[in-house]
Design a protein around this ligand. Sequence first.
Ligand code: SF4
Length: 108
Amino acid sequence: MKTHSRRELFKFAGIGSLALFVPALGRLAHADEILDPESPQAKALGYVHHYEEVDPERWPRYEAGQICANCQLAQGDMEAEWMGCSIFPGKKVAGKGWCNAWVLRQGS
Ligand code: SF4
């Protein structure tokens, strides 16, 4: 049976760690993508980058004052122009955006 030196074992461990790390970097890069309102997922929920674009006849749940920045499903900094959303993982939504899944944020 072939034995490996300590140096070789560290080398293998390093390559293994890199194999785990590189795909994680790819996911981080995608986390900053802005949600395309024309994507099928966004269209299905009527997502718009600005609440003034909501068509209230098409989306009767919409009420004035509802925006991503006061939605329970938004993630990250609620003061930022763009933020995460648990409905659209890996995408950024606009703080002044809206979609039909809007839920009042606790404490708003
Ligand atoms: S679920 Fe909330 S935060 Fe996400 S897009 Fe819809 S309104 Fe915005």
